[in-house]
Design a protein around this ligand. Structure first.
Ligand SMILES: Cc1ncc(COP(=O)(O)O)c(C=O)c1O
Length: 664
């Protein structure tokens, strides 16, 4: 017999079954000093909006009026729901300047300029409306249409509709919407763990409604165009193998199969791989270093300017902004200098896809004139891992050549879930990026304050982190990346990382010998902030009073002489030689030889050897120390042969230390 529900149970059931569905709130503002025009129009729009009538509204729209541009700018800083602005060109002076000022604060806000006949300010960033014949019905539709356009996700919507259609799959992938796993006694648990839509959304390129990432013509094309508008690019391309792929595509596109590029030594390894693949001649610019905390920072302006002057034949400059630790360059003068010398600029913004959506984080690379920008949308925004974007502003951009380079690195079976997540991440930033980032900055502020109050831990400020050589370079720090100094804590950063994980279920982003780094992202919640603060307070109480003397790791030796092109060194004849001799000292037979591989201590993830580099005694000492030490630093690019660490070097000699000889 079914038990009679109690009144409380009935109430709960009702609440669960009929959830309140609230549309997001949006706000439009009319700005004019002409009180009568402004208030009449505003009143009329409010009445029309109250009447409703739109069949599928995407938001609840409130409308208000302001008398001056300054009030508008104040409102733009305070009101995340602000989505549209109507400016009265007849009563305001220099509306184009007002649009520029507004977009410097909130780039995404749609602007309408009400003009009288014969008075049409040229502004590509605004839509014109007729001031003297403004039918409120039409204006309201236009406001709503502008919001709906940014709130649309052409690709993700089509994917959802396709899934809702429940078509039978006679195509790849072989799991066929999960049917291949669902009933299996062996693997159905994986299906249940992932959830049905992970499989439903994993579709074949044979589904034509979903467009082609390799030759986009409809929904992916539309989604990329919306992304270009949102991120301030001329063209945007979705990438499904991360910024690692994006960087290779750009280097190949700009340099072809040869050419000189100026690169930050600390740039991501994908750029070093790109140098091998494209046959580039890299000129390495030494990264700055803060020895106290083991942090590697930007290249100094002077070093960049000197390199630009010394290499008039360079064709590409590659910089990382912001870095993993949050340093971002004063890019505008650097890019101007590079352009004056005819050098294109690629800025790796893998860690900075959020920057354009908050005034405190701008200007970003595109605003500073970069030709190419690569962003890991998945790192700080809501896209799935591997989902990245390439933004282009190069005035000489040849799209059809670029398409070939892009497709050369793109799978012919890209994951539609990744593409949909890029579409949705763009929508989120366009509609609520500012509000979300305000929250991130508030969380970061609370963490800074709370962590410093533990009196054992302290969040570093820019002045603490920046090497002295860069103090006047206009470098800034992304406030969402927190580097916590643990040198007064009485135990190593590694021990703290372990304690946070094992005792408090908290996983941090990375460590150096005396710092822990955490990222505040769109997914950071107040409860996560509180748990981290509680965990650090509790560790501060538990750990010994007496601070330990932590030995900083030795500074990375600068990349020395480059004697061969990375591609030739990497693909040419080579042999593997042991790093150490029988007495565990360095193998002197390696000194003066040329590295065939990239060797990267991780962290910090910056190469000490690149293909084509002459091997010095300093580098060997450094590598051997790390190899025999217990710093926990991994050495990527070293090979192991019968328990011995080996380096691959170019050439093929009869040297007695040679163990194997391989010719690629
Ligand atoms: C500066 C930088 N560029 C590029 C990448 C590669 O990005 P992705 O993981 O999206 O391939 C990383 C990864 O950590 C990075 O730190």
């Amino acid at each position: 017999m079914i038990p009679t529900p109690t009144p409380r149970a009935i109430l709960l059931t009702r609440v669960l079954i009929v959830p309140e569905h609230r549309l997001p709130s949006c706000h439009a503002i009319i700005v004019s000093t002409d009180d009568a025009w402004r208030d009449t129009l505003c009143q009329r729009l409010v009445e029309l909006e109250a009447r409703g009538g739109e069949e599928h509204p995407c938001c609840e729209l409130s409308i208000s009026a302001l008398a001056t541009p300054d009030l508008l700018l104040e409102q733009a800083r305070a009101d995340g729901a602000l989505q549209c602005v109507v400016l009265d060109a007849a009563s305001l002076t220099d509306v184009t300047a007002i649009v520029t000022r507004l977009h410097r604060v909130r780039s995404e806000v749609d602007v309408f300029i009400a003009v009288s006949p014969g008075q049409a300010p040229a502004d590509d960033n605004a839509e014109l409306i007729d001031r003297d014949d403004t039918r409120a019905e039409i204006l309201l539709r236009r406001l709503r249409r502008a919001i709906a356009k940014r709130a649309s996700t052409p690709f993700a919507d089509t994917l959802r509709e396709y899934i809702d259609g429940a078509r039978d799959a006679w195509h790849t992938p072989g799991h066929s919407s999960g049917d291949g796993l669902r009933e299996s006694p062996w693997v159905a648990d994986f299906y249940r763990m992932m959830g049905e839509h992970v499989f439903n959304a994993d579709l074949s390129v044979s589904v034509q409604e979903l467009d082609s990432l390799l030759e986009p013509s409809h929904v992916i094309h539309a989604a990329q165009d919306l992304a270009a508008d949102a991120f301030g690019a001329k063209h945007t391309f979705f990438v499904t193998n991360g910024t690692s792929m994006a960087n290779k595509v750009i280097v190949q596109h700009v340099l072809g199969n040869s050419g000189k590029m100026l690169v930050d030594q600390a740039c991501h390894k994908s750029v070093h791989h790109a140098a091998i693949m494209s046959g580039a001649d890299p000129v390495y610019l030494p990264a700055s270093v803060n020895e106290t905390f083991g942090l590697y920072g930007p290249v100094s302006k002077k070093t960049i300017y000197d390199a630009i002057a010394a290499h008039p034949d360079a064709r590409l400059l590659v910089l990382t902004s912001c870095s993993y630790d949050g340093f971002y360059y004063d890019l505008e003068p650097i890019i101007r200098r590079a352009h004056a010398a005819g050098i294109k600029v690629l800025v790796d913004e893998a860690w900075y896809a959020h920057g354009y959506f908050h005034p405190d984080l701008r200007p970003c690379a595109l605003e500073c004139g970069a030709d190419y920008v690569t962003q890991s949308t998945h790192k700080m925004l809501s896209a799935f891992s591997q989902a990245s974007m390439i933004h282009v502003a190069d005035p000489q951009f040849d799209e059809s050549r670029f398409r070939e380079h892009l497709n050369m690195h793109t799978s012919t079976s890209p994951h539609y879930g990744l593409i949909a997540s890029l579409d949705v991440a763009r929508k989120q930033m366009s509609m609520e990026g500012f509000t979300r980032l305000e929250r991130c900055i508030t969380h970061a502020r609370e963490l800074r304050r709370g962590i410093s109050q533990t009196e054992r831990f302290r969040v570093l400020e820019l002045e603490d982190m920046l090497p002295d050589s860069l103090k006047d370079d206009g470098v800034r720090l992304d406030p969402t990346k927190l580097t916590i100094d643990v040198s007064r804590a009485g135990c190593s950063a590694r021990a703290l990382q372990k304690a946070l994980y094992e005792k408090h279920s908290i996983q941090v982003e990375k460590i150096t010998h005396n710092t822990l780094s955490v990222l505040v992202t769109l997914g950071t919640t107040q409860s996560k902030v509180l748990r981290l603060l509680n965990a650090l307070r509790s560790l501060a109480r538990e750990i010994p009073e007496k601070p330990l003397r932590l030995q900083p790791p030795s500074v990375l030796p600068a990349i020395g002489d480059i004697v061969a092109r990375p591609r030739e060194a990497y693909f040419g004849p080579s042999e593997d030689l042991p790093l150490s001799d029988e007495a565990h000292g360095i193998n002197s037979g390696l000194i003066g030889r040329t590295s065939a591989d990239q060797v990267v201590p991780y962290p910090p993830g910056i190469p000490v050897l690149v293909p084509g580099q002459r091997i010095s005694e300093d580098v060997l000492d450094y590598l051997l120390d790390l190899y025999h030490g217990d710093s926990g630093i991994e050495l990527h690019g070293l090979m192991r042969h019968e328990g011995r660490a080996m380096l691959r070097v170019t050439g093929n000699t009869d040297d007695e230390h040679s163990v194997t000889a391989s010719t690629d």
